[in-house]
Design a protein around this ligand. Structure first.
Ligand SMILES: Cc1cc2nc3c(=O)[nH]c(=O)nc-3n(C[C@H](O)[C@H](O)[C@H](O)COP(=O)(O)O)c2cc1C
Length: 148
């Protein structure tokens, strides 16, 4: 049965966006009802009504969010558990980064932790990918489609 899946991306140089786009196409081809959007187009209230969410997000600066997703991440990091309940949300994060930086995939890791803190459930554990992310894309995509 096809599911409703929202695929969000946060990017500076387009890597996360292109993986999110490729994933969205593969999920549609499997019969899922897919929405692809930049994280900057969603706010915390939107997340309350999303059932299944795949987030592809990179890390910049010194463990920071990519510029276009700064507001989205900051809102989630600072949300209070008693005010924001994301208990309907099933999610998975694909974090892109570079192991030569101290805070490898720091943004994806933080986002993963805060979504859990706000009541959301992981349908698949976070995946952190280095600069060779293309080599792992196909296996990652299959794993997500199997578990969503
Ligand atoms: C200036 C700069 C800072 C970066 N900082 C980090 C970092 O702190 N941690 C990390 O894991 N990757 C870091 N990266 C690597 C990016 O996350 C990686 O290149 C990623 O594939 C970019 O994806 P995007 O095009 O979707 O933004 C940095 C890259 C640059 C150029």
């Amino acid at each position: 049965m096809g599911k409703k899946i929202t695929v969000l991306y946060g990017t500076e140089t387009g890597n996360s966006e292109s993986l999110a786009d490729e994933f969205a196409k593969a999920a549609k081809a499997k019969g899922h009802d897919v929405e692809l959007a930049a994280a900057s187009q969603k706010n915390i209230n939107d997340l309350k009504s999303i059932e299944n969410c795949v987030v592809v997000i990179s890390t910049w600066g010194d463990g920071d969010a990519p510029a276009d997703a700064e507001k989205f991440c900051e809102t989630l990091y600072t949300a209070e558990e008693d005010e924001v309940k994301l208990d309907k949300l099933r999610f998975h994060i694909l974090a892109l980064g570079d192991k030569s930086y101290i805070d490898f995939c720091g943004c994806g890791r933080r986002l993963d932790g805060h979504l859990e803190r706000l009541g959301a459930t992981r349908f698949l554990a976070r995946k952190d990918l280095d600069t060779d992310f293309q080599d792992h894309f196909s296996a990652w995509k299959d794993e997500v489609l199997k578990n969503v």
